[in-house]
Ligand binder design. Structure first.
Ligand code: DAK
Length: 262
């Protein structure tokens, strides 16, 4: 498939590879217009369907992961045209359908929809240059892709209110202290770090990886007792897999496991 607003590449040395998606509208700081979001959705679905891909990394440029939804494209809407058209592409929901892990590798600005996109990923690895923010309030709007919900879950109410109401940006160190990002590395090491994390995940058993993702997301939706009960059932279910037998046999035999993702 040919894309205009993103670049795609497959990386990795092992049998399961990493699908890398680079947001690529550099002149607009990767502002997320409908075309870009539709292409991102198509690329995510293609990697999801590809048995040879274990993990996906989404990244941007040195200057910006993404500076938000495309403001000029939004500017002319009225309430009625926004409401009727469902303003902003439906592909903003696609990340929720992806069962493989998606890592955001963020350098530079991750603002508005860019911050929301990063937060929809399973975890964020940040360059020391990263800046996160939800500045929609300065435009007379509010976040529309989960920012008021995912940010407080990630950083707590006080910091989320501060960022959402004042529109101030958070740098990479503060984002790491607050739990928004999992690690911070020098910009030059960002992709190496993200790809190494993806490669580590690719070597794990596919069913375990997918169930962990599903269960961690359930932690934000279900009561603890219900979610723990689901975890217990999945734990039992994994004893029906080849990979459980292989993983435990490999430990006993003091060798590396060779998972077949079955
Ligand atoms: N949209 C379009 N173009 C943008 C842009 C954006 N969000 N951000 C930057 N650009 C463009 C600039 O217009 C400029 O273009 P030229 O003038 O060169 O043609 C170029 O990128 C470089 O930007 P600057 O010249 O401004 O560069 P600076 O370094 O001075 O400033 C900045 C960088 C990131 C601080 C600044 O550009 C800025 O404040 N940008 C806007 C950030 C922002 O407000 N983001 C939130 C947008 S609202 C939804 C889903 C998502 C959303 C809503 C609903 N649903 C599913 C319903 C999301 C909404 C938003 O994200």
């Amino acid at each position: 498939m040919t894309y205009e607003c993103i670049l795609t590449a497959t990386q990795g040395a092992g049998p399961r590879k990493t699908g890398v998606i680079t947001l690529n509208r550099p002149k607009a700081l990767n502002a997320l217009n409908d075309q870009l979001m539709n292409e991102l959705g198509d690329a995510l679905h293609a990697y999801e369907a590809d048995e040879g891909i274990g993990c996906i990394v989404i990244t941007g440029s040195e200057r910006a992961f993404a500076a938000g939804a495309d403001i000029p494209a939004m500017a002319q809407h009225s309430f009625m045209s926004a409401f009727k058209s469902g303003l902003i592409s439906k592909n903003w929901e696609v990340l929720r359908e992806i069962r493989k892990p998606v890592i955001a590798a963020v350098a530079g600005f991750a603002l508005g929809g860019g911050c929301e996109l990063a937060m929809m990923c399973d975890f964020i690895i940040a360059a020391d240059t990263a800046k996160f923010g939800q500045p929609e309030i300065k435009l007379g709007i509010i976040p529309g892709a989960g920012g008021t919900q995912r940010l407080p879950r990630a950083v707590g109410k006080s910091k989320a209110m501060d960022m959402l109401l004042t529109a101030r940006m958070m740098n990479a160190d503060e984002a790491e202290r607050a739990g928004l990002v999992s690690r911070v590395v020098p910009f030059e090491k960002l992709m190496d770090e993200a790809l190494a994390a993806a490669e580590a995940i690719n070597a794990m058993s596919g069913p375990s990886v997918m169930l962990i993702k599903e269960l961690v997301n359930l932690a934000y939706q279900a009561p603890l007792s219900d979610a723990v009960a689901v975890e217990r059932r999945y734990f039992h279910a994994l004893f029906g897999t080849d990979d459980q037998r292989e993983g435990m046999a490999a430990f006993v035999e003091k060798r590396a496991p060779v998972f077949r993702h079955s």
